[in-house]
Write a protein that binds this ligand. Sequence first.
Ligand code: ADP
Ligand code: ADP
Ligand code: ZN
Length: 214
Amino acid sequence: MNLILLGPPGAGKGTQATRLEHAYEIAQLSTGEMLRAEVSAGSEIGKKADGLMKAGQLVPDEMIIGIIGGRLDRDDCRNGFILDGFPRTVPQAAALDVMLDEKHLRMDHVMSIEVDDEAMVKRITGRFSCAKCGAGYHEEFQKPKVDGVCDACGSTEFSRRADDNAETVRERLKAYHAQTAPIIDYYDSRGLLRRVDGMEPIDNVTSQLKAAID
Ligand code: ADP
Ligand code: ADP
Ligand code: ZN
């Protein structure tokens, strides 16, 4: 099964993709994570992406299409995949259709996580993750069970993203509405779109997603 999770920054794409990855044994493909790995590695792609990401702008379509193309061929995608953060523009959605055709694959569901923009600032500025295993948390909405200790791996080190500040979030929300929101219609007109209420607590959003998928 192949899925896309759509929604503005902070909607819960990463949180939900991790849960669906385990529930359906399919690979979570986060283009934001892939780009952050390029930035840490100091690669040519990373150098080009870094400034754009810090400014809350999208990286060029060709860059991200190149990264995702090769990724779909890996072994862990054999059962299917969840795209988290891709496609983010209409040209990316069109390029994905071509890639899927070439690989004789198809998209099963496109899940739109619907939220209020204003609430996203608090979600983003309170977000942090485990520095060792990457598990995601929130200062108020998703605290570790034991303060300062990762539930998943026991690590006591955490990190925050360079772009998770109030100012950059505003830019990212603008980019979402201008460049990404149009792909909702793109998928709706093909009958692939399923909408869920992302303002509900995390567990309820997971239940809505599973209900829509099953
Ligand atoms: P995205 O990948 O869409 O940017 P995340 O999954 O990283 O979003 O979620 C952003 C932040 O909000 C994280 O700190 C996460 O713990 C928290 N969060 C996710 N879903 C919810 C929810 N339904 N209610 C409250 N907080 C949430
Ligand atoms: P968010 O929490 O905002 O959903 P992501 O981790 O998905 O964040 O993306 C972080 C940044 O990486 C984006 O603001 C953008 O600069 C870049 N990025 C990620 N995916 C894409 C994409 N498909 N197209 C263009 N830029 C992308
Ligand atoms: Zn951890």
